[in-house]
Design a protein around this ligand. Sequence first.
Ligand code: C2E
Ligand code: MG
Ligand code: MG
Length: 701
Amino acid sequence: MNGPAPAPWSALLEGLPHAAWLVDLASQQVVAANAAAGDMLGCTPVQLVGQSALVLAASPEDLAFWDACAAGERGALLSDTVVTTADGRQVHASRSIRFVGEAHALVLLRDRSSEERTERERESLLSELQATLESTADGILVTDLFGRIRAFNRRFAQIWGLPAELMHQRDDEAVHRWLADHAADRADYQPRLDTLNQAPLLHASDRLRLRSGQILERVTRPLYSDGQASGRVWSFRDLTERIAADERIEALTFSDALTGLPNRRRLASRFADAAAAARSSGKPFALLVIDLDHFRQINDSLGHDIGDRVLLDVGQRMQGCLREPDLLARMGGDQFAALLCPADALAAEASARRLLNVVAQPCNVEGAQFTLTCSIGMALFPSHGNCIDDLVRHAESAMRKVKQGGRANFSLHQARAEGDRRSHMRLDHAMRQALVSNRFRLHYQPQVRMTDNIIVGAEALLRWRDPELGEVAPARFIPVAEDSGFIVAIGDWVLSQAVRQAALWHQRGYQMPMAVNVSALQFQQSQFIDRVANVLAVSGLPPHLLELELTESILVHDAADALQRLGALSQLGVKLSIDDFGTGYSSLAYLKRFPIHKLKIDRSFISGLPLDDSDVGIVRAILQMAQALGMRVIAEGVETEDQRRFLLEAGCSEFQGFLFSPGVDSLSFEQLLGPPVAPAALLSSEASTRRHQRRIRLVRS
Ligand code: C2E
Ligand code: MG
Ligand code: MG
C-alpha cells in the first residue's frame, strides 16, 4: 500500500518526544512524519511525506539497512547517523528503525548536534591538553587521591629513566617503587611523599636528588573535580644543568680568575653575613687589607707570567695560614683582603703576624729566587665602621700608613673623631705656615759617654712654637706631617739646619757627630741620598760627623732597596743608627746584613731599669748581641742615676737623657760643651771631672 498513513499513526507520531516518521516498506517512502521531524529537517511534516527513506538518511549503514529490508530481512537498526536537511545541512542524530506491523517501519531520530559539538570540543581540548603536556619541559604525573596513576607525559618517564615496559604495564605500584628506588635519599623520600599525600589541598615544592646525581624540582598541586580535591598533579623539573651552570656563573662572578680566590663581590657578601653574625653575637670581626710591597718590580724584572705565578703562590700561602671560617679574597692587582670572624684587635694582630711571616718566606719561581713582604692595614667591625666600604677604606688607609712607615708591617686603623680630623687639618696647615715663616727651630740633646759623662754627640730635635697653638710637641705634629707627606719638606729643613750647625761646631774644633732623625717617607725619596751628599758638600761637614737615625721599619720593608740605599749612604761616609730599637719588627741577626753602626735602645725599655725583669732581659740581650755584631749601643731616655749605673755595668757605652740634659738650643748646648778639647785630652780624667761639674751645674739651674 502506498498512501498517507492512517490517522491513528499521525496522532501516535505527534506523541513521540523526538523526530519520527513512518516508512512504507514496499515503496520505502515516508507515509507520515511528526512536527519534530519537520523541525529537524527544515520543512513541514507534509513535505516529508512521499520522500524516499534513503534520501533522508543516506549513510552506508542506512543504505545497507534498506537494501536488506527490500530483500525481506527484518532486523532493527539502532546507531548514530547523519541526516540532510532541506537546505543541505547535515544533522547528527541517534537513529532507530523498528518494524511496525508487516508493512511499515518507524524511524526515530534524536538530534545529537549539541552532544556532537560538546564531544568534538572535548576531544580537541583533550588533544590540546595532551600536546601541552608533551610540549612542556617538565615531567608531569597525575595521580588520584590514592596515588593511582591517571596520566603522565613522556618527559616524566624520561627524567626518571622509567623503562617503557614499566609504563606500558600500567603497574602503579612498580612505578612508585621505581621512583623511590631512584631517589638518592630513600629514607627521606617516602616520609616526604606521605606528608604531601596526607594533605590533599597542599601546594608544595621541594627538591629531590636522584641517585644518578640529577637534581629535580618537584612541584605538586591538588587536582580538583567538581570543586573537590580528586588527586594531585606532580611536575618534575630537571635542575641539574641549571644548577651546574649557576654554579659555574657563581664561581666566575665570585672568584678571581687568576688565583681562584674569592673576589671583592664574594668578600662583600661574606661581609654581610659576618656583620649579621657579629650583631647577634656581639663579637667583633676584622678586615685586613694586604698589599704586597714593590710587587711591580717583580713584574718589571721577571715578567708578568712569573708575576702571576707569584700572586698565585702568595695567595695560597696566605690562605694556608688563616683559620677555617676566615676568608681570603683578592681585591685586584697585588692587593688581597682577609675577613677574620670573629676577631678582636689582638686576634687580628696575631693573624697579621702570621701573614707577614708566610709572605716573607723565600720565593722560588722558575729559578728566580727572591723575598716578598707585604703591608697590612686592619679595621674592626663595628668600632671602625658598619659597612664594607668604610672598613675597606680604613684598612687601606692604615695599610698606606704602613707603606709610608717603611712597609713590611701591619697597623690597626685609629678611629679619629671628627674633632680630631679638624685639628689634624689645622695642624697640617699651621705647620706649612711655620716652615715658610721660619718658626721651626732645633734643639740639641747631648749624647754622653757613660764612663766619664763626656758629650760625644748631639741629636737634633725639632721644636715648634706656633703663635696660636703655643709650643707643639714633635710627638703631636710629626705623625701629622708623616700622614700628609709634609715630613719630607720638614725633614729637609732639619737636615740642612742640623748639618749647618754641626759644620759650625766642627769649624770651632768640636769633633762631635750630629744625629738627625729621618722619617721613613723621607728616606724613601729618590733624591734623598743626593740631598744628603749635597748638604754635606755645601756645609763642608766631614760625612762621618753626620749620623742618620732611621727607624727599623725602613729595613724590613724592602730589604734589597734599603740595603742599596744604606750602602750608598755608608759609601758617602755617613753613620747610620737605628732609633727606638726594640719596638719594631727586625731582629739583630737581620740587622747584620745592613751597614748599621749604632743602635739606640728605645726609652720604653730603659724606664723599667733596673727593677723590671723583662726590661733588664731585653736590654742585656740587645747589648750582648750588638757587641757580637760589632755595633755601638746608646740608651735613650736615661733619667735616673740607677738607670745609668745599670747600663754602665751591663756594658752600654753611651746614653742620652734628662739625667744629663734635655734637648737645648744651640747656645745652651755650647755652654754644656765648654771650650773645645783636643781629642787626646778627651780621655784625661781632668776633662772628665770638668764636664761632670758642668752637668751638675746644669741640672741645678
Ligand atoms: P726620638 O728621635 O726618639 O727622640 C728622643 C725623644 O726623647 C725626644 O723627644 C727627647 O726630648 C726625648 N727624651 C730625651 N731624653 C729623655 C728622657 O730622659 N726622658 C724622656 N721622657 N724623654 C726624653 P721629642 O723631642 O719630643 O721628639 C719626639 C720624637 O719626635 C723623636 O723621638 C723623633 O721620633 C721625632 N722627632 C723629633 N725631631 C725630629 C726631626 O727632626 N725629624 C723627624 N723625622 N722626627 C723628629
Ligand atoms: Mg731620635
Ligand atoms: Mg728614640
